[in-house]
Every structure is written in structure tokens, then in C-alpha cells.
Design a protein around this ligand. Sequence first.
Ligand code: UD1
Ligand code: MG
Length: 452
Amino acid sequence: MSETRVAAVVLAAGKGTRMKSDLPKVLHPVAGRPMIRHVLAMLDDVAPDRTVVVVAPGMDSVVSAVAPARVAVQQDQQGTAHAVLAARSAFEGFSGDVVIVNGDTPLLTAEIVETMLRARRGRQPPAVVALGFRPRDPAEYGRLRIGEDGGLDAIVEYRDASPEEKAGTLCNAGVMVVDGGVLFGLLDTVGTRNAKGEYYLTDIVAIARSRGLRCAVVETPDATEAMGVDSRAGLARAEEVMQDRLRRRAMEAGVTLTAPETVWLAADTEIGRDVTIGPNVVIGPGTRISDGAAIRAFSHIEGADLGPGTVVGPFARLRPGTRLRRGARVGNFVEVKAAVLGENVRVGHLSYVGDAEIGDGANIGAGTITCNYDGISKHFTRIGAGAFIGSNSALVAPVTVGDDAIVGAGSVVTSEVGRGAISIARGRQRNLDGQADAFRRRRKAESDTGDG
Ligand code: UD1
Ligand code: MG
């Protein structure tokens, strides 16, 4: 690619009315990541010299979600052209290519934007390159009007389109690459004489044509990448497409997905080679799974780091801050939160391990609970390497069990267990030999006389 400089503007100030949400539209997550972060990640690959995100006043959550990207504030939401104008001061003296992207198109790939940038190279490049796509349902997307020379003549918004234009199937994806030398001059001419009474960015095409400038369309062969999310149904559809992509990518990288369509991944999930993921596994943001790990069916994992050869599930829940070192195993109906499990640790069944550190090789019996919360604050449990915690024990934090110690089943451990010690912290067993029959006779007599 030649040396022309590239800058990007991402439009995110819209109200997102159709989402019917208190959350700004571009923060709605797809694969666990706000839509706008998908757009910015895509732009990272395009590597513009500068990126400006246009937000509305008070959209502090968007500003922090896009940091460290530069932000411009569009005072009131008068349309997409008006939004780009809000970023004007960031483009003083810039005459390279400006990529303008809607913040609600999370599926776009850098490849297609690079194809658009290439269309602006060459000897007589078009002033404006728009991205076209042919969705299965063109719905209310703007329609591209192609001229006799095959160039782009205009973009007509759905509400302003004639019936013939509405019948067109080539739609506007909401991405443009514009010659930075003419962009703001074009925008200054955009008016509001249209169905919505807004300044439409899409109008710059007809304006450029009226000035004798050429405009062009790059059509993406993959219509799904161009979809804009304007509703909850659109959000669900984007999720579906993104999941399909993430699953494919995982399989291509050497991951076995037994039933791919039932596995949910996050955009930032890192998975090594020869990992096996069973059916109905949900992986939320912030998870890394190392080589050779196995996640069995119906597990829910979020913010966890799984070492090589670890085994999780079936029916396990790993919450943020879980770290399993090499070979550790977490079995069915076990929940782990903010805890480090050392190498080859086993927590096989029905346990809760939270705010804890467990040394290498320790064995945590069925039903063990780290009682980390006293109703006011959280406390830490430390279990030494090689320790054995008997079934159905409650470890009342803050508490430490030393290396190689043994805790008897059913114990309620409230104070430190030293290294190598055996702790039995439960009621002592008392057997009354032969007393069962006598007990029953006594109870029967009592009930016959109506007592008790
Ligand atoms: C827009 C296009 C339409 C295209 C579609 C593709 C226009 C006029 N229409 O319609 O041709 O088919 O995207 O998905 O551009 N925004 C602002 N400030 C505003 C208004 C909007 O920043 O004043 C932002 C929104 O946050 C959003 C983006 O611009 O990220 C697009 O706005 P949206 O309302 O979603 O436009 P569409 O109706 O989808
Ligand atoms: Mg939209």
C-alpha cells in the first residue's frame, strides 16, 4: 500500500433509540466486547495515523470504553454528517484518506476497509468510496444508486427512497473512505431537506457528483460483515455471526469443539492447541486456555486462566480471577472465584473455592466450602501444597491450612492448621450400643398414650 496517510472517524453519538436501552447503543456487547471496541480493534489493523470517536455530551461510559482513542463531542444529534463535522478540529490540515465508520457495525473486517483504501489509490481516484453490500433483508438500509458508468451517483436513505429505489438490493454499509482534502467542504453543503430533517453523511455522494467528482462502491462479498445493529434483534444476529467466526477461528487454530454451535466464546478468548471443548460451554471475557486443556460439557467460564492440561467440568463454573496451574482439575458443580489452584490440585465435586490459594498437589474433598464472606468483607483462605481437605468441610476465612496437613471430613476450620497436622473440627461421635430398639419402644409407648 502506498504512503497516503489515513485517519479514521467513528460515529457513536447517536441515541440508539431503536435499542430501547439506557446503555448507549455502541456499548452493547457482542461476544462480550462493546460493539465500538470491535470497530476500534478492526481499525487497529488498518492502522490509521489518528482515530477520533464522536460521542454525545455525557457519554462518559463511551469515552472510557474507547480510551485511549481521541474523542470529539457532537453537541446535539443532528445526523451523521453533523457528527463528522464535530470531529473537524482534529483534521485541520489533514489531506490524506479519512475512513468514516459507524460505531454500530461490529462485524466489519480490516480487509474490506483496506480494499476501499486501495480504491482511493491509482491515478484518478474517486473522491468518495462507499461500502456496498446485499443483505438477505435490505430492510431500512440506505440504497446505493449506481450510475451508467458504474460509478456511485447517490446514496438514498430508505425513508426518502422512491419505491423503485427501495426495490434496489445494493445497500449502504455505513463505511466511507473520503479524500480528506474535500471532505469538510462537502459536509458544509449538506442540508436537512429529507424525511428525518437530519444532516445525512450519505448526501456527500450526490454533492460530490454535482461538483464533477467521481464516487465509487466497493461491494463486500460477505454481506454479514456489513450489518449495522439498530435493534435487539440485530444485536442477536450480530452475536450469531460473531460466534460463528470465533468458533471457526478456534477450530482452525487446533481446538476441538464437539458441538461448535453450542459453544459460546468471547472476542478476547485465547485458546491453545489441542484444547477440547465439549457441548454447551459458555466462555465469557478475559479467559485464556492453554494447550491440551479440556473443558467438559455445560461449564461456564469467565476471567479465568487455565494452564496446560487442566480439566474443567462437566458443570463447572469458573469466575473472574480463577487461575488453574498445569494439570489442575475442577469437577462437577464446583465454583471457583479469585483463586489460584496449584499444579495438579483436585477439586472434584460440589465445592466453592473463593478468595483462596491452593498449593500444588492438594486434594479438596467433595463439598468443601471456603467461607470467604462474613457479611461485611471478604477474607482469604490459604491451603498448602499436598494438603488433604476431607469432604464437607467449611474453611472459615481468614484461615490457613499448612502444607501436607489433613482436615477431617465435616470439619469447620476456624483457626490455622499447622504444616503436617491433622485437624478434626467436628462433634465427636458417640455410639450407644443396643439402644436403638429401646429408643423405638419408648417412642411408640409415648405416641400410644397420646403424649408428644
Ligand atoms: C446509517 C446510514 C444508512 C446505512 C446504515 C448502515 C446515514 C444517514 N444513514 O443509517 O445509509 O445503510 O447506517 O448501518 O448515515 N450517529 C452520530 N450522530 C448522529 C446520528 C448518528 O454519531 O447525530 C452515529 C450513531 O451512533 C451510529 C452511526 O452514526 O453509530 C449511524 O447512525 P444510525 O442511526 O445507526 O444510522 P442508520 O439508521 O443505521
Ligand atoms: Mg445504524
